[in-house]
Write a protein that binds this ligand. Structure first.
Ligand SMILES: O=C(O)c1cc(C(=O)O)c2c(n1)C(=O)C(=O)c1cc(C(=O)O)[nH]c1-2
Length: 251
């Protein structure tokens, strides 16, 4: 197998995104058509918090794999983007503001006690993918960010239109519109330069496919539990509207 040119590798990565990224997931399509209830959006925000909360831990694992101070200086920005420089700042705090705009209590969200098992397994698989593989694969697994800007931009428009109560909580996404393309450009340049053999280039593509599957699996779990009635696993978050409906049925 011949080495791919940088352009050919880039094209391969883009086609993984257009075929497999979670912009195509039925739960996102329902979200964008305005078909989700407030309880379903709460379930999404609460479960996605688990992903958000693990991203800086994942990035610390990436950092730990590099002996290059230049790389670490560039990558550590991602941890700051999420954690902020001090309490009350950064992406995790802004995600909590989104969750509060959806009507959730921050304490319930931070506790992560109501997170679906499928979401927990998928997110933990991301940490495992990064922990157990090379720095090259770890960096490549972040390349879904090549595709997140368009999705986040569409999501913000549709949220303002269909779920106006969320409008006050959209600051997280505003930040990601600039952070994600910067991060993706760095990661793309890194894998283009450091994948020196065809086998390494194939490992980069496979890492992106694996990450797309991780994002997809999270939404599968949310869709299964919160769109079809009767599927919420024991111990997981139950939206208030579900409780109200159940009480009505008992009467
Ligand atoms: O809302 C989204 O659809 C979405 C997708 C992704 C992604 O594609 O991995 C990330 C984010 N958001 C995000 O907010 C984020 O901080 C982030 C970090 C990473 C990563 O792999 O390091 N992906 C993503």
């Amino acid at each position: 197998m011949n080495l791919l040119s940088k352009d050919e590798l880039h094209q391969r990565l883009l086609s993984v995104g257009s075929d497999r990224y979670h912009h195509l997931h039925p739960f996102h399509l329902k979200m964008h058509r305005g078909e989700l209830t407030k309880g379903q959006l709460q379930a999404w925000a609460l479960n996605r918090y688990y992903y958000q909360s693990r991203i800086p831990i994942k990035d610390a694992l990436v950092l730990s794999k590099s002996d290059d101070p230049n790389f670490r200086r560039a990558w550590r920005k991602r941890i700051l983007d999420h954690d902020g420089d001090h309490d009350g700042y950064g992406g995790i705090e802004k995600w909590l503001l989104l969750a509060e705009a959806a009507g959730l209590s921050r304490r319930e969200v931070i506790s992560c006690t109501g997170v679906l098992p499928g979401v927990r397994y998928a997110v933990d698989a991301y940490l495992g993918l990064v922990r157990d593989n090379s720095l090259l694969v770890a960096v490549a697994s972040s390349l879904t960010e090549l595709f997140s800007r368009n999705l986040i931009s569409l999501r913000m428009d549709q949220m303002r239109k269909h779920y106006p109560y969320l409008t006050s909580g959209l600051a997280y996404f505003v930040d990601r519109l600039t952070q994600a393309p910067e991060d993706a450009a760095f990661a793309l340049d890194y894998v283009s330069t450091h994948a020196a053999t065809r086998a390494e280039q194939e490992a980069v593509v496979a890492a992106l496919e694996a990450k797309c599957a991780i994002l997809w699996a999270q939404l599968d779990a949310i869709d299964y539990a919160y769109v079809t009635p009767g599927n919420i696993p024991p111990g997981c978050f139950v939206p208030q509207e579900e409780i109200t409906n159940a009480l009505k049925e008992q009467r």
